[in-house]
Structures are given as C-alpha cells and as structure tokens.
Design a protein around this ligand. Sequence first.
Ligand SMILES: [Mg+2]
Length: 181
Amino acid sequence: MKIGFDFDGVWADTHVLKPIVAKKLFGVDIVGPFSRENVVGKYLTLEQYDETKHQVYYGNYPIEPIKDAPFYTTLLEQDEHELKVITSRSGSLLPVVHAMFAEHGLLIEAVGVGYKVSKIEACRGLDVFIDDDLDKLVPLIGMVPHLLLFSQPENRHEREPEAVTRVDSWYDVYQYIRYEI
Ligand SMILES: [Mg+2]
C-alpha cells in the first residue's frame, strides 16, 4: 500500500517544544494545548505566538521522534508498504527530516509542499494519509481512501468527520493498516 504521513506532530514531536520555547523567549508558563485559541490573548500576543512557532522550526532545537514512530515505520517498511512523508516543510527545513530518518536507519522519500500550501497534489495516489492537522485531511476526503487524524492536544477539541479516523499512537496506526484495511 502507498502510505503517506505528515512529519511535525506525527513523526517528529515538535509540539512538545512549543511551550518550552515560549517559556525561554517570553517567560510564560502555558497551561493546556499550544493552540492559537488557548494561547493568543491569554499568554502571548499573536506576534509572539508566530515567533515561537518560527523558532521551533528554525531555531535548531533538538527534536525527538513521536513515541514508537521509528519502530512502527520500520515494521511498515518490512511489510513492504511504500512510505512517503508529505510535509509543509520545504527548503532549509527539509534536511532535518532526512537526518532524523537516517538516524533511525530509515530512507523515506520526503515531499516538501511548503508552508500553508495544500497537500492535495502530493497525496494523489495514496491509499492512506496520516496528519495531525484536520484541515489538511478534509480536502482529501473522497480522494485518499483512508485518512487518519493523529491525536495531539492541539486537535483534541476538533470533531473529525466520519471519513476520518482518529488514532492515538503509532501502535494504533499500525493496527489500523495491518488489520482494518
Ligand atoms: Mg503536523
């Protein structure tokens, strides 16, 4: 099967860095998810919120993989699925993706579509796509047969449509692909 997945928030645990960077830059202790709704106006100005996110991606902070992501990605490769990363990262932000995969012995194609650019073209022909951003999944309904929303505190409050399945972990991802398709 052709399986595509997002990088930040699905394979790489970038979200965990956001409150840490906000604390470092602006001295705030954020309680709850680092979502615009929770953060802007309460802890940070919109400008500070954007600056925090910018620093997370461009600031060379060490990024760890999401729990079990390397293990289950390796298993999926061994099961002979075709894996591809489709990320909003592009240009100088892409090498981090390749470096993290290489560190875990993985050689996975990464397509960088660019910030705030639709993933529709890049996802054409996939059987499965996994993202933590519901806005990226909804336009793929009817095009990619299996759409998985990777749970993060930032998307917990969102109600996914019936065509989208919420998964809480890479274990769930693997179980779904192995037994439910
Ligand atoms: Mg993401």
